[in-house]
Write a protein that binds this ligand. Structure first.
Ligand code: NAD
Length: 485
C-alpha cells in the first residue's frame, strides 16, 4: 500500500489537493516517513474561504446556546480519543507521551471554556443615555477567520483560537504546520464523524507559504491568528495591515529564568529541567538561559548538571523516556550550529548533547541535553532563539543585573523567577518586560480562561490568544442607540 496522503476538509467533505508539491511527514524519533502532505494551492484556499463564507449567515443566526452544544459534545469526543490522539502527536512531533497528553489536556480546556460562549459574548446596555434614549452594545460575529500554526504544539495551538471563533458565530479555516499535520487530520475526522458542524463552518487546508499568502491576501478573510517564528509573525502582521484584517501574531521567544540565592534548590532544579528540556526545548515557553544571582551559582550548577545527565532520551512512545528528538534533520542542524557558535564565542560547554546515541533511534533527530556555562549576554546563544535542548548559565551579582539582561533582549514571551522572597518576586514581575511570568514555576503555561501571548518581538497585535478578551477579537462591538416615540 502507498503512503497516506493527507487531505483537506472543505465544506464537510474530504478532498484531495491537486498540488504536485508534497512533503514527507516523518517520525522524528525513527526517521520513518509516516505520510505525505500536499502544499495546497491558492485556488484550494479559495474553495475553503468560499465554503466558510457561504456557511457564515446560517451559523451566525444559530443561537449561541445551540452553537455551544457542539463544543460540549467535542469535549466528550476528545476525551474518548485521548490516548489515540496523544500517540499520533508523539509519532509525528517526537514529544513524549506525557507531553502529548499535556497539550491535548490544554486543548480540551479551550473547548470547555468556549462552551461558556453565551455568557462570554454578552454585551452591555444603559438606559437613558439621554432622556428617553437607551444604548446597547452587542457583539456580532464577523465572518471567516483562519489560524496558521507551528509544528511544536500540533494539537493545542489551533484550539487557542477556533473554538472561540466558531462558538462566537464565525466560520473557520485551520492551516496546520506542514511538518506535523496528522494530529489535525485525525481531529477533523472526529469533527466530521462525531460532531457534524454544518458544512463550511470549520475547514482544514494543508500547506505552506503559498497557502498562508492566499489566506493573508483573501478579501473575504476577516482575521488571522498566527503562531510561529518572529520572522514570519512580523510578515503576517504587516500583510494583514495592508489587507485590512484583524490579526494576532504570536512569534518566537528567548526565555530567561532567574534563580535567586534564597530559591529552594530541589524544586528549582526540577522545574528548570522540565522547562529547558521538556519537548526537547521546542516550546515557546522553554527556559533558555538561567541567570543565577549571587552564591547559589555553584550549588545550582552542580545539581542542574547532575539532573540533566540522568535524563532518558529516546522515542516518546516509550513511557520511560523523558526527552524526545527535535522535529527534523534541518532543525537538528540548526541547533547544532548554535552549539558550535556557543563554543566559538567562548562559552564553556559543561554538557555536550551532540554525540548522543539512542538505541533504535539511529535515524532519529536526537540531541541530548546540552548546558553552557559562562554565557555572556552579548553572545548570539544568549540573544537568539535556539529552540532545542540547549541551556545557558549566566551568573550575576544582583536582581537588577538579571532584569537588565532580560530588558535588553528583543523577545518578551516568558520569564520566571525562583525565590522565597515576595519582595524579589514583586520587583521582578513589576519590572521585567515579558508577558508570561512564573514565580517558582518553570513554564507559565497557556490557561484557557486567561490571555496568552508575549510582548516585544514575541507578539504583534493587541488582543492575545484565548481568555475572555478573545471574544473582542472574534466579534464586532456594535452600538445601538434607540429612541421609541
Ligand atoms: P514557522 O514560523 O516556521 O511556521 C509557522 C507557520 O507559518 C507554519 O504553519 C508554516 O507553514 C508557516 N510559514 C512558514 N514560513 C512561512 C513564510 N515564509 N510565509 C508564510 N508562512 C510561513 O514556525 P515553526 O518552526 O513551525 O514553529 C516554531 C516557532 O514557533 C518558534 O519560533 C516558536 O517560538 C514559535 N512558537 C511561538 C508560540 C507563542 O505562543 N508565541 C507558540 C508556539 C511556537
Amino acid at each position: 500500500m502507498g503512503l497516506k496522503i493527507v487531505r483537506n476538509y472543505i465544506n464537510e467533505e474530504w478532498v484531495d489537493s491537486s498540488s504536485s508539491s508534497l512533503l514527507d511527514v516523518m517520525d522524528p524519533a525513527s526517521g520513518e516517513v509516516l505520510a505525505r502532505v500536499p502544499l495546497s494551492t491558492r485556488s484550494e484556499v479559495d474553495d475553503a474561504v468560499q465554503a466558510a463564507q457561504e456557511a457564515f449567515w446560517e451559523w451566525r443566526t444559530t443561537p449561541p446556546l445551540t452553537r455551544a452544544r457542539y463544543f460540549f459534545r467535542l469535549k466528550e469526543v476528545l476525551e474518548e480519543n485521548f490516548e489515540e490522539l496523544s500517540r499520533i502527536t508523539t509519532r509525528e512531533a517526537g514529544k513524549t507521551l506525557d507531553e502529548s497528553r499535556g497539550e491535548l489536556r490544554r486543548a480540551i480546556e479551550m473547548v470547555e471554556v468556549a462552551c461558556g460562549i453565551p455568557t462570554m459574548m454578552m454585551g452591555q446596555n444603559l438606559e437613558d443615555i439621554a432622556s428617553g434614549i437607551d444604548c446597547v452594545a452587542t457583539r456580532q460575529p464577523l465572518g471567516v477567520f483562519a489560524a496558521i500554526t507551528p509544528y511544536n504544539f500540533p494539537t493545542m495551538v489551533p484550539f487557542w483560537f477556533w473554538p472561540f471563533a466558531v462558538a462566537c458565530g464565525n466560520t473557520y479555516i485551520v492551516k496546520p504546520s506542514e511538518q506535523d499535520p496528522l494530529t489535525q487530520q485525525f481531529i477533523f475526522e472526529l469533527l466530521d464523524e462525531e460532531i457534524g458542524f454544518p458544512p463550511g463552518v470549520i475547514n482544514l487546508v494543508n500547506g505552506g507559504q503559498e497557502s498562508v499568502e492566499a489566506l493573508l491576501e483573501h478579501p473575504q478573510v476577516k482575521g488571522i491568528s498566527f503562531v510561529g517564528s518572529s520572522k514570519v509573525a512580523r510578515i503576517v502582521y504587516q500583510k494583514c495591515g495592508e489587507t485590512g484584517k484583524r490579526v494576532q501574531s504570536l512569534g518566537g521567544a528567548k526565555n530567561f529564568l532567574v534563580v535567586m540565592p534564597d530559591a529552594n534548590l530541589d524544586a528549582t532544579v526540577g522545574a528548570i529541567i522540565l522547562s529547558a528540556f521538556g519537548c526537547a526545548g521546542q516550546r515557546c515557553l522553554a527556559g533558555s538561559t538561567i541567570i543565577t544571582v549571587g552564591d547559589i551559582y555553584e550549588p545550582f550548577k552542580h545539581r542542574l548538571l547532575e539532573a540533566a545527565r540522568k535524563m532518558t532520551v529516546g522515542h516518546g512512545l516509550d513511557e520511560k523516556v523523558q526527552m524526545g528528538p527535535v522535529i527534523s534533520a534541518v532543525h537538528k542542524q540548526r541547533v547544532l550550529n548554535y552549539i558550535e557558535q556557543g563554543v566559538a564565542e567562548g562559552a564553556k560547554l559543561l554538557l555536550d548533547g551532540r554525540g548522543i546515541i539512542v538505541e533504535g533511534g539511529e535515524k532519529g533527530f536526537f540531541i541530548g541535553p546540552t548546558i553552557f556555562d559562562q554565557v555572556n549576554p552579548d553572545m548570539v546563544i544568549a540573544q537568539e532563539e535556539i529552540f532545542g535542548p540547549v541551556l545557558g548559565l549566566t551568573p550575576v551579582d544582583s536582581l537588577d543585573e538579571a532584569i537588565s539582561i532580560i530588558q535588553k533582549n528583543n523577545y518578551g514571551n516568558a520569564t520566571c523567577i525562583f525565590t522565597s522572597s515576595g519582595k524579589s518576586a514583586r520587583e521582578f514581575t513589576y519590572r521585567a518586560e515579558c508577558s508570561m511570568m512564573g514565580i517558582n514555576i518553570g513554564i507559565a503555561a497557556p490557561m484557557a480562561f486567561f490571555p496568552f501571548g508575549g510582548t516585544k518581538d514575541s507578539f504583534f497585535g493587541d488582543i492575545k490568544g484565548h481568555g475572555s478578551e478573545i471574544v473582542d477579537f472574534f466579534t464586532d462591538r456594535k452600538v445601538i442607540i434607540s429612541r421609541w416615540l
